[in-house]
Design a protein around this ligand. Structure first.
Ligand code: SF4
Length: 151
C-alpha cells in the first residue's frame, strides 16, 4: 500500500509517495523494480533498509529520502502536556520534550509526565525531568509559573 507523506524538512514541503515491503526474497531485488509499477519504478527510487525494500517518489532532494525512511520505519514524535504545580490542582505548567522520541516511548513518557508536580517557581526552559525514561530527551517547562511578585 502506498503511503503519502509531506516532507517537513524545508519549506518546499514535497509531497512524497512511499511503499514498503516485508522482508523476503523480493527484498533483494535490484533497485528500480517496484512491482506495483510492473517493474518500472514510476520515477521514484528503490532502496533496501534493514532488509526491507522501500520505494519513494516525489522528493526534490536526498533529504526527502531520509525523511521518508525515518517516518516509515522509525517514526518519532514530540509531545506537549500540562501538569499542575505542586500543592495546586489547577495552576498548570505546560511542558514538552527537548526532542522527538520513537512513537513506542510516548505512553511511558506520558505516564512519567502525568506524575510530575513541579515545585514553584518554574522557569520557561527549565528541565523538569532529565533523560525521561532513558529516552535521551528531557521534559522541559515551556512557561514560567509561580514567580508572581507583588506589584
Ligand atoms: S524533499 Fe528536500 S526539497 Fe523536498 S521538502 Fe524535503 S528537504 Fe525540502
Amino acid at each position: 500500500m502506498i503511503d503519502r507523506l509531506t516532507c517537513l524538512l524545508c519549506p518546499l514541503g514535497c509531497e512524497l509517495e512511499a511503499d514498503i515491503e516485508a522482508p523476503g526474497p523480493d527484498a533483494r531485488m535490484p533497485a528500480g523494480e517496484h512491482p506495483a509499477e510492473d517493474g518500472v519504478d514510476g520515477g521514484g527510487e528503490t532502496l533496501i533498509v534493514d532488509g526491507r525494500r522501500l520505494w519513494i517518489k516525489g522528493h526534490r532532494c536526498p533529504e526527502g529520502i531520509d525523511f521518508a525512511v525515518e517516518e516509515i520505519l522509525r517514526p518519532k514524535r514530540n509531545l506537549a502536556a500540562s501538569v499542575p504545580l505542586a500543592g495546586t490542582a489547577d495552576r498548570m505548567v505546560s511542558v514538552r520534550l527537548s526532542d522527538r522520541v520513537p512513537r513506542e516511548m510516548m505512553f511511558p513518557i506520558l505516564a512519567e509526565i502525568a506524575s510530575l508536580r513541579p515545585v514553584p517557581p518554574v522557569r520557561r526552559g527549565e528541565v523538569l525531568i532529565r533523560n525521561v525514561c532513558g529516552a535521551g530527551v528531557d521534559v522541559i517547562a515551556t512557561r514560567t509559573m509561580g514567580d508572581e511578585r507583588p506589584a
